[in-house]
Design a protein around this ligand. Sequence first.
Ligand SMILES: Nc1ncnc2c1ncn2[C@@H]1O[C@H](COP(=O)(O)OP(=O)(O)O)[C@@H](O)[C@H]1O
Ligand SMILES: [Mg+2]
Length: 252
Amino acid sequence: MIQQGGAPGSGSARPAAPRGDFPLQTGADHLIRLESITKIYGSGDAAVVALDDFSLDVEAGELLAVMGPSGSGKSTLMNILGCLDTPTSGRYWFGGEDVSRLNETQLAHVRNRRIGFVFQQFQLLPRLSAWRNVELPLLYRGEHDRRALALHALDQVGLSNRVDHRPTQLSGGQQQRVAIARALVTDPDLILADEPTGNLDSVASRDVLAILRDLNQQGRTIVIITHDPEVAPVAQRTVVMRDGRLVHGVAA
Ligand SMILES: Nc1ncnc2c1ncn2[C@@H]1O[C@H](COP(=O)(O)OP(=O)(O)O)[C@@H](O)[C@H]1O
Ligand SMILES: [Mg+2]
């Protein structure tokens, strides 16, 4: 069960995370602020610097594409942005809260409450209908109007006529739309998409990107981590990574 309120188990007097407003501590209207983030895997001779003094701001309402070759640190960045991992050093502010030093329970709380994930492989449960997949994040919270919220999210991705279909009865593009609805249903502050078009043909890719763009135009903050050059045209901003750093002025 997800715990309500402050920081369980830490023993510190840290205030509960504010939601929807941006306290003075960051002094900016950024949803995300990464300050000199370094992530080192392993130690000694085996140490790998996956993120190297990496700084990035993402404003609320932005659609950002993060590109870069294999090994450049994209997945490491995704894990930190998604509160799935913590940096070795540096600070990560999310919605005005310093989340770079949270323990696993606290990270899970931020993740479940505030971030919606979309993955390359869709990650739908095959035995469940579309709407049952979409309601899953709500089950963990004990939400009441789960079916209505799930149907609304499916409507937002244009799948009102497929709510009782199982994943195997849907095309790849439709499955990814169900996954986007599942990410949306909790009304998260951020949608974080990892190669969302990586398993789709070009028609389905365009379809999924159009949905992400529409959601962004309705005010949703979205970060897409991708190899796909088709993503850049729908993004307001594209950044390119190489060797754990941002490369400026390099076309994707
Ligand atoms: N768990 C890990 N242990 C050791 N090295 C890792 C680990 N994860 C990633 N790396 C290394 O960190 C660098 C960045 O990897 P990654 O973030 O997966 O890049 P990308 O997603 O852009 O391919 C690579 O050199 C990779 O080999
Ligand atoms: Mg990767």
